[in-house]
Design a protein around this ligand. Structure first.
Ligand SMILES: Cc1cc2nc3c(=O)[nH]c(=O)nc-3n(C[C@H](O)[C@H](O)[C@H](O)COP(=O)(O)OP(=O)(O)OC[C@H]3O[C@@H](n4cnc5c(N)ncnc54)[C@H](O)[C@@H]3O)c2cc1C
Length: 383
């Protein structure tokens, strides 16, 4: 009998499994697909810190140190960083390497096994699958944005969702250091669109708020207005991004992590950074539960307290930025963008930390005229 059974073999599941196995726990991961990382849903944009935290070296497809933000009136704001903002990695390859690392640490990763439901008693938890049952002391729900494990806790959907899609096309962007980002209701209402240079190919994608209909229609429109709609599409991806957190991330003998726990950055939709910070805390809570020989919700609640202490402030700050962004009309976005084109603000923007973009909010707000412009737009909607 494994100590811990983890449902889901994505990065949240395999990183947790690796850390737990390395600390001496007997861990089983069940993954419903037959390989790690496929189908892929993700753009693969990560900071250097994420790769350091994960301690794996996935194939890097692009290195981004510049961003061109395209406003609804087609004007652009260009920022440049001294060091790379981010890397574009092969996400399927990242997942394979994460699973391999978990297996090397001693975890048992089983493919083609679909979780169905679970039963908890005073003594253990039984995880029922399409291929028999597994009894363990604890289970971890790492089964992604449409998590059945999270849903079993009742009233536990994410506060909202962004629907995303992207394609890799045969097209080489001229500036291989620079990603393009589009804002505005015509291109990507409620989120943003991206174009990432990955050598002879380009990754073009976007997200839209749930109320705006199928994202692929917007993506086709973006490709058309960019003159790229005739380029061969070599890969197509789609998926949902949970935003704003879930009601609860623990229960008796159960913890949630990753998209299943709603641990996603609200501004960018990035989920890999939070996983890289939270999995060590999940391991520590589980080891504490073993030391105390107590696996009930009261002990496991320590996990939620510790991950909120670690990343809660940044997720809440991101959510406030997201809500503010959602209020802005296209005209207000343009006004804001034009203001942000000022050299002193561009300088501050170049210090942006992609894992914690609210780090530049304070320095920017202190620049002349910014606070009053932001406030004016806010009050226009709130009064
Ligand atoms: C279009 C798009 C672009 C994105 N771009 C980025 C980006 O550039 N950078 C970034 O950091 N994040 C990005 N994200 C978010 C990122 O992909 C997720 O946050 C991340 O994959 C979450 O990892 P996870 O392990 O929690 O879930 P997942 O990666 O979804 O893994 C969950 C696993 O559980 C398995 N599973 C599900 N149900 C069951 C079941 N019943 N039984 C057994 N197994 C099950 C699934 O097959 C899957 O392998 C993007 C998301 C989308 C949709």
């Amino acid at each position: 009998m494994p100590d811990v059974t983890i449902v889901g073999g994505g990065p949240a599941g395999t990183f947790s499994a690796r850390l737990l196995a390395a600390s001496g726990r007997d861990v089983t991961v069940i993954e419903d697909h037959h390989v790690s990382g496929t189908p892929t849903h993700c753009a693969g944009v990560v900071s250097a810190e994420v790769l350091e935290n994960f301690r794996v070296r996935p194939d890097v497809l692009g290195v981004i140190s510049e961003a061109e933000v395209i406003l609804p009136d087609s004007t652009t704001v260009h920022t440049k960083k001294r060091s790379p903002y981010a890397y574009v990695v092969d996400r399927a390859n990242l997942d394979v390497k994460m699973a391999d690392a978990a297996i090397s640490a001693g975890a048992d990763v089983r493919y083609g096994i679909r979780y169905k439901n679970y039963n908890v008693t005073d003594d253990n938890v039984t995880i029922n699958t399409n291929s028999g049952s597994i009894v363990s002391d604890l289970m971890v729900g790492a089964d992604g944005q449409s998590s059945l494990v999270a849903a079993s806790l009742g009233n536990n959907a994410a506060r909202s969702y962004i629907r995303g899609c992207q394609v890799d096309i045969d097209y080489r962007m001229e500036n291989q250091d620079c990603m393009k980002l589009w804002l505005g209701s015509e291109i990507a209402p409620g989120f943003f669109a991206w174009m990432l240079p990955i050598g002879d190919r380009t990754r073009v994608g976007l997200g839209v708020g749930l109320q705006h209909g199928p994202p692929m229609e917007y993506l086709n429109h973006l490709l058309k207005v960019s003159g790229l709609d005739d380029r061969p599409r070599v890969a197509t991806y789609a998926g949902k991004i949970p935003i704003g957190g879930r009601r609860v991330t623990y229960a008796d003998r159960l913890l949630l992590i990753g998209d299943a726990a709603g641990q996603v950055k609200p501004v960018s939709g990035g989920g890999l950074y939070p996983i890289s910070k939270v999995a060590p805390l999940l391991r520590d809570t589980i080891n504490k539960a073993y030391n105390m020989n107590m696996f009930g919700a009261s002990v496991l609640s320590l996990y939620e307290r510790s991950w909120k202490r670690e990343i809660g402030k940044s997720l809440n700050g991101g959510m406030r930025l997201r809500k503010y962004y959602d209020l802005l009309s296209d005209q207000e976005l343009c006004d804001m963008g034009h203001l942000f084109s000022r050299p002193d603000i561009l300088e501050a923007l170049s210090d942006i930390d992609v894992d914690n973009p609210s780090n530049v909010v304070g320095p920017i707000i202190r620049k002349k005229g910014v606070k009053s412009a932001l406030l004016k737009a806010y009050l226009r909607h709130k009064l």
